[in-house]
Design a protein around this ligand. Structure first.
Ligand code: PBG
Length: 333
């Protein structure tokens, strides 16, 4: 008996670089990326974040340089996070028209007009002295927790203030129930009916946020975020969260983190069909950088593979600290 030979040969379509390119299903572009940036009051500040090489705490002036160089690489969308000069129990400084994100938004808008697209992260954790994502109340004697409904008006005010300062889109990240509906109503009432909302709809209580909390100086001072962020073990619950946000008027929904949640990204994309964003978070970034610095992985290859996997899973928008490197590599640099 001669060995039967295959009539169907998938390898035929892998036989040359040009053919592989012809049949490639997923292609990354710099315009897929949103670069998160951290801004703090002052001038001339450019503090590299130890666990996030190539990412900095910037002041509004150096922020302009950073955005300019990213723009030259083809990155046009940016997400701003603020590190305020002072914090208080309610995160009031987040709402002030001369707050750090408001100031930065105006500076970037003035320098770049509408050549760049500006998203503002909407959460109180960087502004509260306790580091939680809203105001607190006691749910039982001695047991503080985020007061969901008391937090909503503050989030609305923060969004409206950012809208007035020039944000193009608001991105609430606090996992507060009803936040999208409240913000939608607040924006509409303030004359911003056309402003889109990208909700951090399925945001998990994740260990991968470690480096971010150093970057944004926002770690919870006690406890954890398990009463508002999702249990990493849950998938159906993510569908419920996304369905609620869609019903409340979210224009784009986000899954966060990205890499350990590719299954969630795919489920959301298949089920809801609206634009899906994924946040390739600080810990995911730091692991790649650390391994690359040790010579254990090929940084370029691994980074592009990770970003491609996130897009292939269904996220057309990728928030990533790799944005500048990736754009450079995609351009052949
Ligand atoms: C909260 C917020 C966090 C991140 C983005 N928005 C931190 C948290 O929930 O503790 C994390 C992003 C990252 O790790 O890169 N406002």
């Amino acid at each position: 008996m001669p060995t039967p030979l295959p009539a169907v040969r998938p390898r035929r379509l892998r036989s040359s670089p040009l053919l592989r390119q012809l049949v490639r299903e997923t292609e990354l572009r710099p315009s897929d990326f949103v670069l998160p940036l951290f801004v703090r009051p002052g001038t001339g500040i450019r503090n590299e974040i130890a666990s996030m090489p190539g990412n900095y705490q910037l002041s509004p002036d150096t922020l302009l340089d950073e955005i300019g160089s990213a723009k030259d690489l083809g990155i046009r969308s940016f997400m701003l996070f603020g590190i305020p000069a002072r914090k208080d129990p309610e995160g009031r400084v987040a709402l002030e028209s001369d707050g750090i994100v408001q100031t930065a938004l105006r500076a970037v808008r003035k320098a770049f007009g509408h050549e760049v697209y500006l998203l503002a992260d909407e959460c109180l954790c960087e502004y509260t002295d306790h580091g939680h994502c809203g105001v607190l109340h006691e749910v039982r004697p001695g047991v503080p927790d985020v007061d969901n409904d008391a937090t909503l008006p503050l989030l609305v005010e923060q969004c409206v203030s950012h809208a007035r300062s020039g944000a193009d889109m608001v991105a609430p990240s606090g996992m507060t129930d009803g936040m999208v509906a409240a913000i939608r109503a607040g924006l509409d009432a303030a004359g911003f009916a056309a402003m889109p909302i990208m909700s951090y709809s399925a945001k998990y209580a994740s260990g991968f946020y470690g480096p971010f909390r150093d970057a944004a100086e926002s770690p919870p001072q006690f406890g954890d975020r398990n009463t508002y962020q999702m249990d990493p073990a849950n998938s159906d619950e993510a569908m419920r969260e996304v369905a609620l946000d869609v019903a409340e008027g979210a224009d784009i929904v986000m899954v966060k983190p990205a890499l350990s949640y590719l299954d969630i990204i795919r489920r959301v994309k298949d089920r809801f069909g609206l634009p899906v964003a994924a946040y390739n978070v600080s810990g995911e970034f730091a692991m790649v950088k650390a391994a690359a610095r040790n010579g254990w992985i090929d940084e370029r290859r691994v980074t592009l593979e990770i970003l491609t996997s996130i897009k292939r899973a269904g996220a057309g928008i990728i928030l990533t600290y790799h944005a500048k490197d990736a754009a450079r590599w995609l351009a052949g640099g």
